[in-house]
Design a protein around this ligand. Sequence first.
Ligand code: UDP
Ligand code: MG
Length: 317
Amino acid sequence: MDISVVVPLYNEEESLPELTTWIAKVMAEHNFTYEILFVDDGSTDSSWSIIEQLKEKFDSVRGIKFRRNYGKSAALNVAFEAAVGDVVITMDADLQDSPDEIPELYRRIKEEKYDLVSGWKKKRYDPITKTIPTKLFNAATRKMSGIQLNDFNCGLKAYRNDVVKTIEVYGEMHRYIPVIAKWAGFKKIGEQVVEHRARKYGVTKFGFSRFVNGFLDLLSIFFVGKFGKRPMHFFGSLGVLSFLLGTFMALWMIGEKLYHIAAGIPYKREITDQPLFYIALVAIIVGSQLFLTGFVAELVTRNAPERNQYLIEKEIN
Ligand code: UDP
Ligand code: MG
């Protein structure tokens, strides 16, 4: 099969028939063999029964329904496991992404051998309260990941099949799939300007919390990616540094006092009267805490079942 179109959806009943007809039209024009894989993320409207009706009309429709709402990442992850097409294309259900982009995305994966091609909503039809924070986000993610993409969280993306079988999307990490792919060793990541349209039906499913959560996820994805397998290198080095700094300050103060006493120079101040004493104290305590955190984290990773799972690309026997 050429293409799996993956559509995560949550309460998008009005959009589904139009979206399906449109995808089917594009596929027929280009003679692609395909499936449309709807993942109903626990919708409370009639989305699922519409998918059932669509199945009667379009043989290529497949559907998975969650018992409750787990989030877009969960929906994508389940679809990635189920998709069978050579190229997997994800798109939002709300008609903000255009199925007309599919043939070109497919061509770039197949012919230009990209691992992942991400859409870029260069001209967006979203409220300004969303576009400005999004710009900041993309700049931060670009800087931290070194991936030169303008729009990390575009719903419209294309993948080679083995990429989606390898990566795992959880929590709300769908915002950082290119970063996850890069950590997994898929480096050929491209971008394609895509048409973006205003939401036609329904409402957005993410509120302001998307920015708070997105930022925290950005931090954890980089931390886990960099130190997830060796937490002691992070906590340990900071901890030892802080501990040594504190110890040095304490020794300095003691040494200074002893020197004054030995040399018979009057030394009026008590050690506990000096601000430096408290700084040293805090540094020693924080340092040992960090070290212990690293030690515990190290024990946790040692017990992780995937501690020795590596992604092997090629082998000669
Ligand atoms: N979505 C989902 N589960 C959720 C939230 C959203 O499957 O918990 C789907 C939603 O139905 C849509 C896509 O994810 O197909 C993108 O959501 P939305 O259009 O609300 O996001 P926005 O375009 O505002 O970023
Ligand atoms: Mg949308």
